[in-house]
Design a protein around this ligand. Structure first.
Ligand code: ADP
Ligand code: MG
Length: 381
């Protein structure tokens, strides 16, 4: 018998075999690295303009771009609803003053929170100051109003004549597994009781925009964010690598870029109101844009600037708007009453008075470093 020839195995040279095994592995690793690179934590910055001021967004996360763009749109939508210059919710309420109520949802919730602030501030804040702020026209051509006109306008200012009825209603939200969630919403029917009355949310608009921006943190792939809208800032989530957010406050005596000092905060909402922001001079006297609702004239409380911090965890539906409204209210109230108002809300603050004395509340003391010269630190309370 002829022996069967041994089956010949085609063998690759050793070097080529190694390449064949390693190539798929390398491709997998390269793919993984590319995926990780595309989905790594990144910082993204977006600048825009809304609410009459600059909007700066800094977003950290795996997919920050889309979320940031969406945030700008949310702020623009809010502006349409709450600016008295537009034809959204507030525009309609003003147009229908003395007549039919306007039915709203989110704007109603905001108004409810603000009406409480008007009340608790002892009339330092009044969101129906519209007839008076229009006369001064700080955003257009600022000028001293005619005495008689001011008196007439002032008679129309009274937040207690903003009437709000609310009703709850149920609605269904479908879930992914074919069921639905029963949810409850609130509708508010809002009316201004007298013709000529007008809501002006100028004192809280930028803070409210921060509340709108804050929703971004709930988006998939976002780990942290900082939004600044004019003098209001919102801080949410974490920065890559951790550590506090650093927020610098403007030096009232310096130019636009001059810094008074730096806050190191782990989140929350911070707003500043200052008499140096918008003002004009006439016959040697300076008139600024923060008005005392009881006189219709610039508040004279001995303060130059108030910064308010609503810390994370504070119970409020619109904590950004609240920080902004509190800053304006504290400016009108002055240091002593302003400090008491902040305490009642569990908020913190920094006050600068006309003698360059800075007062910082207990909860902010260790978080603030003064860097500008020419100021002294006073005692709170
Ligand atoms: P800014 O708009 O410069 O951030 P504020 O937050 O202090 O400053 O808001 C000032 C604006 O709010 C004014 O331009 C005016 O429209 C309105 N306003 C001024 N004083 C009051 C007040 N006491 N209550 C309610 N609104 C006010
Ligand atoms: Mg304000």
């Amino acid at each position: 018998m002829k022996p069967m020839p041994e089956k010949s195995k085609a063998r690759l040279p050793k070097g080529k075999r190694a390449i064949l095994i390693l190539l798929p592995l390398a491709l997998v690793l390269a793919g993984l690295a590319a995926w990780q690179f595309a989905h790594r934590e990144r910082e993204y910055q977006l600048d825009s303009f809304a609410m009459g001021s600059y909007v700066q967004l800094t977003v950290w996360g795996r997919e920050p771009e889309e979320g940031a763009a969406e945030t700008v749109q949310r702020i623009e939508k809010l502006e349409r609803e709450i600016s008295w210059r537009r034809d959204g919710d507030i525009g309609k309420m003003n147009a229908q003053a003395g007549g039919e109520p306007v039915t709203v949802e989110d704007t109603g919730e905001l108004l409810a929170e603000l009406l409480e602030l008007c009340e608790r501030s002892g009339w330092a804040l009044d969101i129906t100051l519209g007839p008076v702020t229009r006369l001064w026209d700080f955003d257009g051509e600022p000028h001293l109003p005619d005495e008689k006109e001011l008196e007439k306008a002032l008679a129309l200012v009274d937040y207690r004549k903003l009437s709000m009825d609310s009703e709850e209603y149920w609605y269904e939200v479908p879930t992914e597994d074919g069921y639905h969630l029963d949810c409850v919403g609130t509708k508010y029917h809002v009316s201004l009781k007298e013709p000529g009355m007008a809501i002006d949310l100028g004192a809280v608009g930028k803070g409210a925009a921060c509340d709108e921006a804050a929703e971004l943190i709930y988006r998939e792939g976002i780990s942290g964010m900082a939004a600044s809208v004019g003098g209001s800032v919102c801080l949410r989530g974490e920065k890559p690598g951790g550590g506090p957010f650093r927020v610098s406050v403007r030096d009232p005596k310096g130019d636009q870029a001059g810094s008074l000092g730096v806050f190191e905060l782990d989140g929350g909402y911070i707003s500043t109101s200052g008499s140096y922001e918008k003002y004009f001079e006439q016959d040697g006297k300076r008139y600024h844009h923060i008005l005392d609702p009881s006189t219709g004239r610039p508040a004279e409380s001995g303060l130059v600037s108030v910064t308010v911090w609503c810390p994370p965890g504070m119970v409020a539906r619109w904590p950004g708007a609240l920080s902004d409204g509190l800053a304006t209210a504290c400016f009108v109230l002055g240091k002593t009453d302003g400090l008491a108002l902040l305490e009642s809300y569990g908020a913190e603050g920094l006050f600068i008075d006309e003698n360059d004395v800075i007062t910082v509340t207990e909860g902010l003391k260790d978080r603030f470093s003064l860097t500008a010269g020419g100021y002294s630190l006073g005692e709170a309370g």
